[in-house]
Ligand binder design. Structure first.
Ligand code: APR
Length: 235
């Protein structure tokens, strides 16, 4: 009888895409150093100046389309051969998909998709790299990025908690765990699970709450961790 594959849950953030050339948010020189969240990533910002908001995401979408997955993304694909892997990402890029990962939940939306301001349920692939004022959904509503803004609900949070509750192993990678409710997911992980956090920088001890910190670049430390987990699964 085939042994049930252990379940690995990955919680990824901007740091996993940093080496693909996509900026993080809170590092020095990051996106929130260059842009004010209140101008580009809230419902009020949209009401005040939708063109500025559209331009912020058009600029980021063009960078995503030029970016390529890196060794960290590919390491997670390799893991799928030996474990039941579920990725919960805070990222709105499609690098996990393009690397070949199968089970991906985007907690904060996806920049390559748009939604109507009249109905958040349906999503439409963005044609090309830009959404302009006047681009309308079939329901006649202005298209906006399919992204969760600050102050908006995180519709997939319940699904994400359900997934996290099943983890035998948790791998947190490239997130400062500064944004809620996403950061609370770590606490939904069962006490018995092995918990790792791959991050380039020192983490405040509170955030390392029984997370084993592998300090370094995701493109180096994640493949090392994946090799170790695969080796252990063969023993
Ligand atoms: N390798 C590993 N970790 C890295 C690397 C790297 N090459 N580069 C940066 N990091 C780490 C940083 O040390 C930091 O802990 O990645 C983390 C990035 O943190 P943030 O910039 O805060 O990004 P993230 O945690 O994904 O932000 C969460 O905030 O603005 C919102 O919706 C946005 O999804 C985003 C959320």
């Amino acid at each position: 009888m085939k042994r049930k594959k252990s379940k690995i849950v990955v919680l990824s953030g901007a740091g996993i895409s940093a080496e693909s050339g996509l900026g993080t948010f809170r590092d020095k020189g990051g996106l929130w150093d260059k842009h004010d969240i209140n101008d580009v990533a809230t419902p009020e910002a949209w009401r005040k100046n939708p063109e500025l908001v559209l331009e912020f995401y058009n600029m980021r979408r063009e960078l995503v389309l030029e970016a390529k997955p890196n060794q960290a993304h590919s390491a997670l694909v390799r893991l799928e051969r030996y474990f039941d892997v579920q990725i919960i990402t805070q990222n709105i890029d499609d690098l996990h998909e393009r690397a070949g990962s199968k089970n991906i939940l985007h907690l904060h939306g996806e920049i390559l998709f748009a939604q109507s301001i009249l109905n958040t349920e349906k999503v439409y692939p963005v044609k090309g790299s830009r959404i302009e004022l006047g681009d309308l959904a079939p329901d006649g509503g202005q298209l906006r990025p399919h992204v969760v803004w600050f102050g908006e609900a995180v519709p997939k949070m319940i699904d994400a908690e359900q997934i996290m509750k099943e983890a035998d192993i948790l791998i947190v990678v490239g997130t400062s765990l500064n944004v809620y409710p996403a950061a609370n997911l770590v606490y939904a992980c069962p006490p018995h699970a092995e918990k790792y956090i791959v991050d380039l920088n020192e983490l405040s001890t509170a955030k390392q709450k029984n997370l084993h910190h592998l300090k370094g670049k995701a493109s180096e430390k994640l493949p090392e961790l994946v090799d170790q987990l695969i080796q252990e699964s063969k023993n």
